[in-house]
Every structure is written in C-alpha cells, then in structure tokens.
Design a protein. Structure first.
Length: 74
C-alpha cells in the first residue's frame, strides 16, 4: 500500500511475515514526466555519465544558441 504525503514524498507500507506486522519505508515520488528515465537503464546511465563528466570539468562549449531563441517551432 502506498500513501502519498504531500506532492514529493510517499510512504510505502509492505506486509511482513505475519499478518500483524507492517514495515514502513519512506520514498520520494517520481513524476510521470521523469519516470521513463528510471525505467530506461541505458538513458539513465547516459545522464549519470554526463553529470560525472560535467563535475570533472569535461565539458565542450558549443557557443551561444541565442540566435534560435525566437525561432518558431511548428
């Protein structure tokens, strides 16, 4: 059973070995918009690798994209 507490957290209740025993575990709620990433190991590893590279200073400046700011997208 999952009980939503606020908009970002939930409480997960799991039955244990006996009928009278319940274990609670706090967890964070993942938005539907971000859930796909957690369900796709390849994409998640790519994002985590990018974060590690950025933290290590391994970045490539691609310049400004300001010229595209007003571009209308169909």
């Amino acid at each position: 059973m999952k009980i939503i507490v606020g908009t970002r957290h939930c409480l997960v209740l799991s039955p244990q070995e006996t009928e009278t025993e319940i274990m609670s575990d706090r967890s964070q709620k993942i938005s539907d918009r971000e859930l796909w990433l957690w369900q796709n190991p390849s994409a998640l590893n790519s994002v985590l690798r990018g974060i590690e590279q950025a933290a290590a200073g391994e970045v490539h400046d691609l310049g400004s994209f300001a010229e595209y700011a007003d571009l209308e997208i169909e």
